[in-house]
Write a protein that binds this ligand. Structure first.
Ligand code: ATP
Length: 649
C-alpha cells in the first residue's frame, strides 16, 4: 500500500507576507521566491514551525490575520513617528527601501494585552452604498452585452464610480480584463497600470509597424532561446513552438492574445496617433482584422479636461491630436455615451457655470459671478481652503512655508517602500521602484506638526471619511493609548480573512496587531465633519501590467493640504477650494481645478482671466458633431477680443 504523504508545515521568517506558516509549498513559494533575504524551512509539526519562527525573534500574526493573499509587507511596518533628526523608524543601514527588520529590532518588552478595538474605523465598500443612475446603468448594460463603449461627461458625473462598477463586473464574470489609464497617477487611482506598459510599447514613439515588429521580434527571440534550451537538455520538441502556442510566448504577447476587455481611463490624455498604433498592434498580434483585433474596449474620460502631453521631439513639429482624431476611433467605439447628471455639485447655477466654462462659452453674467468669487471665505473650525496649483514645486513651496510657520514640534514619517515584481516576473530594481512610487499621492517622507492641515488619501468610512477629506492634526499618540481613550483608529484596506466568517466576529477588520503593538506616535486628526481619528499607516500599491504588485509603500494616509497640484486633484471632490487662475497655463486646467469644488460658497477664485478658461476648439467641434450636447457655435474672434478687453479693463 502506498504510504500516505506526511503533512508538512512551511514556516517563513522573512517573506512577502511577513512571518507566516503555510500548509502548502505552492503558497509558501509564492511568498518567498525572489523575495530579498527570504528565510523559510519546512517541518513535520506545526509546533516546531512556530518555535523556529519564534527562535529567530519573529512574531506570528494572530490567526485572523494569518490567512491573507495580499502582500502587505507586515514586517516592514516601521513607520514609527519620530522627531525630525532622530529617524527612529528607519531600520539601521540608511535606506529603508529593502531592508528587513532584524530580530533585535523587534519590540523587546512584553507586548501589552490586545486592547478592545471596537472603535476601529474601517473601509466601506463603495459599490454597496452608491446606486448607479439609469444613464450609468445603461453603460454597464452595454459592457455586460460585450459592446465596446466610450463614456464621457463633465466633471462629477460619476465616470470613476461607473468605471469601478465595470471593473468589478468584469472581474466577477471571470473575463480577462486589462485595467489601464493614460498616466501613472490615473492608473494608480483605478488599481491598474499605464496602457503603455500593459501594451509593451514603451513611449510608443515608433511607427506602428515597428512597434508590432518589436513585440513579435522579442517573442520570436524568446521562442528560439527556449527551443535551444530544450534541445540542450534533450527535452522533446513537440509542436509547442507553433505561433499559437501560448506557453512560450512573451508576457506582452500573451496579454494581447488573451485579453477580452481593455479599459483605458482618462482617454483625453491619449494622443490620436498613439490610439491608432495600439489598435494596429492589437490586430497584428491577435491576427484578427476586426477593430482592435476583436477586443472589447472601454474608454472613459472628458476631452474638456487635461489634453495629451505635446510631443516635444522633432522641435515640436509633431502636432498634438486627440484620441477621437484617430483614424480607427469611430470603428472602435462608435458614438459616445454622455453622462449628464452631475453628482458633485448640487447647485444648478454653479453646474451651469461650470458647463459653460467647460465649453469656453461663459456669458457676461457668469463671468461676473466667477469674478465675485475672489473674496476670502473663513471657517470657524480653522480648516482652510486647499489651494490648487498647476506645478508640483509651487505646491511643495506653499505647504513647506505654512508648516514652518507653525511653532509646534515636527514629526517625520518615512515610508516603508518595497519592490515587487515586474510583468516579466523579475524583482524590481530599486531605482525603478522609486520612480513608480512617485505616482502615488502618499509621500516618501511626510513631516507633520500639530496644527498642520492635512488631507486623507484613503477611504476609511464611505460617505464620511474618504479620499479627499480634510482635517487638522491635533496631536500624536500611540495606538494602544488611543484605543484606551476610546478614540477611533482609521484602518484602511485591511485584508479580510479568507474562509467562512467566524460566528460573532465583527464584520470590520481589526486594527492589525503590529500597529497595536507599535510604539510609534501616529497623528490624531480632527476631520471636517468626521470627528477625531488616529491615522495609522496604510498600504499603497502600484500594479504591474499583469495586475501583480510591482511596488508597495506603507505610509500614514495623509498629505499636507494647504496646497495640492491640479494634476493630483484630478478625480477628487474637495469641499473648500482656492484657485489662482493667473498661474494656470494649459487648456482644461482651470476647468479641472474649479470643478473639484462642491459649492460656490466654498470656492475662491483669484485672478479670474477669461483667456485661461478657453476650451480647445477641436474638442468643441468634435462635441458638436458627435454628441447631443448643446455647444454654442464658435464665437467670432473679434467677439472674444471684445469680451476680453471689457473684462481686462
Ligand atoms: N450614482 C451615484 N449616486 C450618488 N453619488 C454618485 C453617483 N455617482 C457618482 N457619485 C458621486 O459623485 C461624485 C463625483 O463622482 P466621480 O468622481 O465618479 O465623478 P467623475 O465623473 O469621475 O469626476 P471627474 O471627471 O471630476 O473625475 C463622487 O462624490 C461620487 O461619490
Amino acid at each position: 500500500m502506498p504510504k500516505a504523504a506526511r503533512k508538512k508545515y512551511y514556516a517563513v521568517r522573512r517573506g512577502r507576507e511577513g512571518p507566516r506558516i503555510y500548509d502548502t509549498w505552492d503558497e509558501c513559494k509564492a511568498n518567498v521566491t525572489r523575495f530579498p533575504d527570504a528565510a523559510h524551512k519546512s517541518f513535520n509539526a506545526r509546533a516546531a514551525a512556530e518555535a523556529w519562527i519564534k527562535d529567530g525573534g519573529y512574531t506570528l500574526p494572530p490567526p485572523s490575520e494569518h490567512i491573507s493573499s495580499r502582500s502587505n509587507a507586515s514586517s516592514m511596518c516601521g513607520g514609527d513617528a519620530a522627531a525630525v533628526n532622530s529617524m527612529s523608524s528607519i531600520p539601521a543601514g540608511g535606506s529603508n527601501s529593502t531592508a528587513q527588520p532584524k530580530p533585535s529590532e523587534q519590540p523587546t518588552q512584553a507586548a501589552p494585552p490586545a486592547p478592545q478595538t471596537s472603535a476601529t474605523l474601517t473601509t466601506g465598500a463603495l459599490s454597496t452604498s452608491i446606486r448607479l443612475s439609469p444613464e450609468q446603468q445603461q453603460v454597464l448594460n452595454k459592457v455586460k452585452a460585450g459592446e465596446s463603449v466610450f463614456f464621457t461627461g463633465s466633471a462629477g458625473t460619476g465616470k470613476s464610480v461607473l468605471l469601478r462598477e465595470i471593473i468589478r463586473f468584469c472581474r466577477e464574470s471571470g473575463r480577462q480584463v486589462a485595467i489601464t489609464a493614460s498616466t501613472g497617477i490615473a492608473a494608480v487611482n483605478i488599481g491598474g497600470s499605464t496602457v503603455h506598459s500593459w501594451a509593451g510599447i514603451g513611449l510608443g514613439k515608433e511607427e506602428k509597424e515597428k512597434l508590432a515588429g518589436k513585440i513579435l521580434g522579442q517573442d520570436k527571440l524568446k521562442r528560439a532561446k527556449d527551443k535551444q534550451r530544450r534541445e540542450d537538455q534533450g527535452l522533446p520538441l513537440e509542436d509547442e513552438y507553433d505561433y499559437d502556442d501560448s506557453a512560450e510566448q512573451t508576457r506582452v504577447v500573451q496579454r494581447w492574445r488573451n485579453v477580452h476587455t481593455l479599459i483605458i481611463d482618462e482617454i483625453s490624455m491619449i494622443d490620436g496617433k498613439l490610439f491608432d498604433k495600439l489598435e494596429y498592434v492589437a490586430r497584428i498580434l491577435r491576427r484578427n482584422p476586426k477593430p482592435f483585433g476583436g477586443i472589447q474596449v472601454i474608454l472613459s474620460g472628458d476631452f474638456c479636461q487635461l489634453p495629451p502631453v505635446p510631443d516635444k521631439g522633432n522641435n515640436g513639429a509633431i502636432p498634438m491630436t486627440f484620441a477621437f482624431d484617430a483614424e480607427s476611433w469611430d470603428a472602435c467605439v462608435g458614438k459616445p455615451i454622455c453622462l449628464k447628471k452631475v453628482f458633485r455639485q448640487k447647485d444648478q447655477v454653479f453646474v451651469d457655470m461650470l458647463n459653460a466654462m467647460r465649453f469656453g462659452q461663459l456669458s457676461p453674467e457668469m463671468i461676473k459671478a466667477f469674478r465675485a468669487l475672489s473674496r476670502e471665505v473663513t471657517y470657524s473650525d480653522g480648516i482652510e481652503p486647499t489651494e490648487l496649483y498647476p506645478r508640483r514645486d509651487q505646491v511643495s513651496t506653499a505647504n513647506s512655508r505654512r508648516l514652518q510657520e507653525l511653532q509646534t514640534q515636527p514629526r517625520q514619517y518615512k515610508a516603508s517602500d518595497m519592490p515587487g515584481y515586474d510583468d516579466n516576473g523579475y524583482p524590481l530594481q530599486i531605482d525603478k521602484m522609486k520612480r513608480l512610487l512617485e505616482r502615488l499621492v502618499a509621500e516618501e517622507t511626510l513631516v507633520l506638526k500639530e496644527g498642520a492641515q492635512v488631507m486623507l488619501i484613503k477611504n476609511l468610512v464611505q460617505g464620511q471619511l474618504v479620499n479627499g477629506s480634510m482635517g487638522k492634526v491635533v496631536g500624536f499618540l500611540r495606538t494602544r493609548d488611543a484605543v484606551q481613550r476610546g478614540l477611533k483608529i482609521g484602518v484602511a484596506d485591511a485584508p479580510k480573512p479568507a474562509g467562512p466568517a467566524r460566528r460573532g466576529a465583527p464584520d470590520a477588520p481589526a486594527v492589525p496587531e503590529r500597529v497595536l503593538r507599535s510604539d510609534g506616535l501616529w497623528p490624531l486628526v480632527r476631520f471636517d465633519g468626521g470627528g477625531e481619528v488616529l491615522c495609522v499607516p496604510s498600504t499603497f500599491e502600484v500594479n504591474n501590467a499583469d495586475g501583480g504588485v510591482e511596488a508597495t509603500r506603507e505610509q500614514v494616509p495623509l498629505i499636507l493640504a494647504w496646497a495640492l497640484s491640479i494634476h493630483k486633484s484630478q478625480g477628487q471632490t474637495l469641499e473648500r477650494v482656492r484657485v489662482d487662475l493667473g498661474r494656470v497655463f494649459e487648456k482644461g486646467q482651470a476647468y479641472v481645478a474649479l470643478s473639484r469644488a462642491t459649492s460656490m460658497k466654498t470656492l475662491e477664485v483669484k485672478g479670474f482671466d477669461l483667456a485661461k478658461v478657453m476650451a480647445h476648439e477641436r474638442v468643441l467641434e468634435w462635441t458638436r458633431a458627435n454628441t447631443s450636447l448643446s455647444v454654442p457655435p464658435p464665437r467670432p474672434r473679434d467677439d472674444i477680443d471684445e469680451v476680453l478687453e471689457f473684462w481686462e479693463d
